[in-house]
Design a protein around this ligand. Structure first.
Ligand code: FES
Ligand code: FES
Length: 182
């Protein structure tokens, strides 16, 4: 069993420890916002944040993420309030949408440390858009950077403190305890 925190919730994956984090998130946790693109580390569509850093989840086994704090696009903000998500909508970035979550997660990690990233920093991201939306993505980054201070302070919401333990089949420990009829 491999344990980690995903979007603020303790998760115990009963999977082969060599399973890529991407598949654990998508197939066991049903967090399908994280996209499967190339599976070779070349497209960035699978990017999630692990312990504060942008990581290609197709290249990380769950064993390597043991004990980590993982944030996916579903956990980035409540009600899609993150400035990058807002800017994405304002600039109508999305075309097919496959690259969007990975771009947003990579940029969210980058812009927490560097609220107004230089073009060279953006060019170093592994993320690519096959639909040609890159000019709109750059506009969205510029728009989000206008709220640089709030962006720097923006942290993924902490889930309510709970003793809930969720397993990779979706059940929780509460599901396995019969209700007390008394
Ligand atoms: S699917 Fe992970 S980098 Fe392309
Ligand atoms: S919108 Fe289709 S890959 Fe970027």
């Amino acid at each position: 069993m491999t344990s980690m925190t995903v979007n603020g919730e303790a998760i115990h994956y009963k999977l082969d420890p060599e399973t890529p984090l991407l598949f654990a998130l998508r197939d066991a946790s049903n967090l399908t916002g994280t996209k499967h693109g190339c599976y070779s580390g070349d497209c960035g569509s699978c990017t999630v944040i692990v312990d504060g850093r942008a990581v290609l989840s197709c290249q990380l086994t769950i064993a390597a993420a043991e004990g980590a704090d993982v944030t996916t696009i579903e956990g980035l903000s409540a009600d899609r309030a993150h400035p990058l998500q807002q800017a994405w909508a304002s600039e109508q970035v999305s075309q097919c949408g496959r690259c969007d979550p990975g771009f947003i997660m990579a940029l969210a990690a980058l812009m927490r440390a560097t609220p107004n990233p230089a073009p060279e920093q953006l060019a170093q991201l592994p993320n690519i858009c096959r639909c040609g939306a890159t000019p709109r993505i750059l506009k969205a980054v510029a728009r989000a950077a206008q709220v640089a201070a709030p962006l720097a302070a923006f942290a993924p919401p902490k889930a309510e403190q709970s003793n809930s333990i969720r397993f990779s089949n979706g059940s929780s420990i509460e599901d396995q305890i019969p209700p007390n009829d008394s």
